[in-house]
Design a protein. Sequence first.
Length: 176
Amino acid sequence: MQRLPWIERKFHFDIPPGWLYNISARLAGTEDRLRFLVQHITEEEARYKPDGKWSIKEHIGHLGDLEDLHLQRLGDFVKRNPMLSIWDVTNSATEKANHNDSSFESLIDTFSGKRKQFNDKLWALDDEAHTFQTLHPRLKILMKPVDMATFIAEHDDHHVASIMSIGQREEHHVTH
C-alpha cells in the first residue's frame, strides 16, 4: 500500500470544544512516543536519510520547528483573525536547522518545551475563542481551536509513523 503524503490529506472537522481534553492528552503524549521510539536507535542511525528524505532527527526537529507556527495560530484565534497564519510550504526552518547535528535529547527537549507552552496557551483561551472559527489557509476549511489541535495531533502521528518506518527500514538494512 502506498502511503498518502501529508499534503494530500483531507480533513473534515465537527469536533465539539469539550473534546479538547482528549486531544490535549494526545498532544502531550507525543514527547513520550518520541522518547520511546528513539531509545534503541543510535545517533548514527538517526541521521540516516532514506531515499534522500528526512532523517529521524529531522522529523523530530520539524515537529519542534512547527510549534512556533502553532503558537502563532493560537494568537490568530485570540485576535479573531479571519484566517490562520500561513505555513511555510518549503519547511525552510527545518531544511536550514541542521537537526542531524543535534542530539535526540536536545531535539526532544526543544519540542517538549514548545509543546508545553502551546498546550498551556491552548487551555488559557477564553470560552469565546474556543468556539471561534477561522479559515485554515491550505485546507480551505473553518477550524476551532479543538480542530486545530486535532490537526496538530494528526500531524504528530504522521511524523511518528515516518520515524517508525525509518527505524524499521534501518533495522532491516542493518540485519539483512
